[in-house]
Design a protein around this ligand. Structure first.
Ligand code: AMP
Ligand code: GLY
Length: 425
């Protein structure tokens, strides 16, 4: 099977590494990809947002399966364009990707499906927002309805700040709307569920770290690290989330005539009243994918193709390593507000050589013989080991060998989970 992965990030690099371990895969391509992927995949220059161009390059390269990594092409209908030329594609249709592309739409589907989530008001005017803020009380949660690359959500005790964010979103005019939500308290869990439109197969849950700095200080980012498994998660969590969230959502989407086939990312808050959905995404999460796939032992290409072609129900049960996996993201100086790029990266080979570690590229570029930073999140270092303590030690050992002037990373990824696991062991 020849598989083409669309995207440029460490998530897509992780997908390629997992696909490369699948004996049924004969060739891999990444479009447009990054320099780190060149050792496992052909790199094909293409505008990932241009469905016709992606379909053409998939056909020219001879792809049997296309895997769409990021949300923006999905919401733009790129998966539909690929399927239209007769190539299997892992990724929901434009209409089904609205589960991520519009928070108001997602809330509507959740209500229809009876999914436990935060109370919400969809607002089109500042007056409606003010009334909703007062109805729900502090802390305030205000979300831009559309895709915002992690920057659309403001959580604050400051009513004026909440209102100002809503104003900025609504000022775009047109059909701009915001969602004002009840605050959900509790640790977050990311659960990835594969679906072929009918059947749901969950992967292992993970947790990511959205804030820039240790102790969850600083601004929200795309994600600064992740780990799996979650030793603190209640037993039966995955089955409960499939039964109460993922399956009813997939069923509701099918009833609406817009079946969801691809990856349903269920973002949960573990509240005192049980798990509540914080968000849906229509694709693998970044950086959680880097750790979840590090533990997946089942061949990935066949699994994704089964989801893409409606035969997930016949797929054998997934096999997982008992190891733990931890990933730490290295970000550019100035990330997330205004990253400075172009810094030379040293020590990548030494990091990769650490037993149990591997380096996944995100925002990198080749400059002559050197690899330089070329984006906000530069790379993800993944460590695996028999438990979270060991996996953390490997990841941080490898990361310590990489130099990037002004590079930022958190030092506490998975630290408290590892501590809890030690105490309860
Ligand atoms: P979203 O774009 O919906 O994923 O939101 C980004 C982040 O904002 C989430 O991962 C949470 O940390 C936070 N967040 C979103 N909605 C809520 C909520 N209702 N209550 C508390 N935190 C939230
Ligand atoms: N890890 C958060 C996301 O992928 O949206």
């Amino acid at each position: 099977m020849k598989v083409l992965v669309l995207g440029t990030g460490a998530r897509e690099h992780a997908l390629l590494e997992a696909l490369a371990r699948d004996g049924d895969v004969t060739a891999l391509a990444a479009a447009p990809g990054n320099p780190g992927m060149a050792s496992v995949a052909d790199l094909i220059e293409v505008d990932a947002m241009d469905g016709a161009a992606v379909a053409r390059c998939a056909r020219d390269w001879g792809a049997d399966l296309v895997v769409v990594g990021p949300e923006a092409p999905l919401v733009a209908g790129v998966a539909d364009a690929v399927r239209a030329v007769g190539i299997d594609c892992f990724g929901p249709s434009r209409e089904a990707a609205a589960l991520e592309g519009s928070k108001a739409f997602a809330k509507d589907v959740m209500a229809q499906a009876g999914v436990p989530t935060a109370l919400a008001h969809v607002c089109r005017t500042v007056e409606e927002v003010a009334a909703a803020l007062d109805a729900l009380g502090a802390p305030h949660v205000v979300k831009d309805d559309g895709l915002a690359a992690g920057k659309g959500v403001v959580v604050t005790d400051d009513r004026a700040e909440a209102l100002a964010h809503a104003q900025t979103c609504l000022a775009r005019g047109g059909d701009a709307q915001v969602v004002v939500e009840e605050f959900l308290d509790g640790p977050e869990v990311s659960l990835f569920c594969l679906s072929d439109g009918t059947c749901v197969v969950p992967l292992e849950p993970a947790q990511d770290f959205k804030r820039l700095q240790d102790g969850d200080a600083g601004p929200n980012t795309g994600g600064m690290g992740a780990y799996t498994p979650l030793p603190w998660a209640p037993p039966g969590l995955v089955a409960e989330v499939v039964e109460r969230v993922a399956q009813p959502t997939v069923d509701a989407m099918a009833r609406r005539g817009t079946p969801f086939a691809g990856l349903l990312y269920v973002g949960l808050a573990m509240t005192s009243r049980g798990p509540r959905v914080v968000e849906f995404n229509a694709r693998f999460g970044d950086p959680e994918t880097q750790v979840v796939l590090a533990r997946l032992q089942s061949p990935l290409a066949g699994l994704l193709r089964a989801a893409a072609t409606g035969i997930l129900a016949g797929h054998p049960p997934l096999r997982w390593s008992d190891d733990a996996a931890v990933t730490v993201v290295l970000a550019s100086p100035g990330y997330p507000a205004s990253p400075t790029t172009g810094g030379v990266l040293h020590g990548l080979a030494a990091a990769d050589a650490v037993e149990g570690a591997h380096v996944l590229h995100a925002g990198t570029a080749r400059r002559g013989d050197e690899i330089v930073s070329a984006g906000g999140r530069v790379l993800s270092v993944v460590g695996t080991g028999p438990d979270l303590d060991a996996a953390r030690a490997v990841a941080y050992d490898a990361l310590a060998r990489i130099e990037l002037d002004g590079g930022q990373h958190r030092t506490d990824i998975a630290a408290s989970a590892a501590r809890d696991a030690r105490v309860t062991a």
